[in-house]
Design a protein around this ligand. Structure first.
Ligand code: IPE
Ligand code: IPE
Ligand code: MG
Length: 250
């Protein structure tokens, strides 16, 4: 449907959403988990090729232990609940991040889901869990060095040694919850991506708002450092060349 191929979302604002309703922060995570299922569905319906969701950062370990363990439980619950739908919708699932340190049972579920969807040709769905972009970059460099001692690394090499190279660069990064920052998400892959910050807190985010954002961003002109198509056509019409300007007296 759109030229937006890879969408990434920082699903933020769960804690504030709950606190605003005089509920414990974890309530926001529970409500937010339901929204994840809805957004996966609409992304698939819209024909987006890859959706990457930030679910737990390497820095989120510094939260209270009850909150951290609830987030782990919600991941497990999602995997169990959505398994059939993921398989029947031909979704290719992967978790990026450090799996060491997660409960063994969850790691096992993740690996089984990845294995059983590895030949799927539909939406590439990625959960960034226990994920930090800086550590992904360092890990990629070290993996490269391990097999290419003494060689210099290129941009292409670095791309290829990231967690999930086949999803490619991000076309659109959305952050809910009102903060305008990237935190530690996909720092390498967001060069030239469009950014969209919405004040909506994640538990209130809807498929309608998601669709509107996609439509809004699909209308933006991405220039990747070049000049706009319009300007370039006009220049050709007027035959303005850099050399003629440099040679002119004024
Ligand atoms: C995002 O919501 C979910 C995670 C970081 C796991 P937060 O829990 O950060 O919610 P706020 O930003 O404190 O409201
Ligand atoms: C980013 O949200 C991480 C996730 C949504 C998983 P945070 O709430 O952890 O980010 P900061 O601390 O506000 O930057
Ligand atoms: Mg937050």
């Amino acid at each position: 449907m759109s030229k937006i191929g890879h969408v990434a979302i920082i699903m933020d604002g769960n804690g504030r959403w709950a606190q605003g309703r005089l509920r414990p922060r974890v309530w926001g995570h529970v409500r937010g988990a339901g929204v994840v299922s809805e957004i996966v569905k609409v992304a698939d319906d819209l024909g987006i090729s890859a959706l990457t969701l930030y679910a737990f950062s390497t820095e989120n370990w510094s939260r209270p232990v009850e909150e951290v363990s609830l987030l782990f439980k919600l991941l497990k619950k999602f995997l169990l609940k959505e398994r059939v739908r993921i398989l029947s919708n031909n979704i290719k699932f992967k978790v990026i991040g450090e799996l060491n340190g997660l409960p063994l049972e969850t790691v096992d579920l993740i690996q089984k889901m990845e294995e059983s969807t590895k030949h799927a040709s539909g939406l590439k769905l990625t959960f960034a869990f226990n994920y930090g972009a800086r550590s992904e970059i360092v890990r990629a460099v070290n993996r490269f060095i391990d097999s290419n001692q003494g060689e210099h690394i290129s941009e292409k090499d670095l791309d290829e040694h990231m967690y999930r190279p086949e999803t490619g660069d991000i076309d659109l990064l959305i952050r809910t919850g009102g903060e305008q920052r990237i935190s530690n998400f996909l720092l390498w892959q967001i060069a030239y991506s469009e950014l969209y910050f919405t004040p909506t807190k994640w538990p209130d985010f809807t498929s309608q708002e998601f669709t509107k954002i996609i439509e809004n961003v699909a209308g933006r002109e991405r220039r990747f450092g070049a000049i706009s198509n319009n300007a370039s056509a006009k220049n050709k019409e007027r035959k303005i060349g850099a050399s003629s300007l440099l040679n002119s007296k004024r």
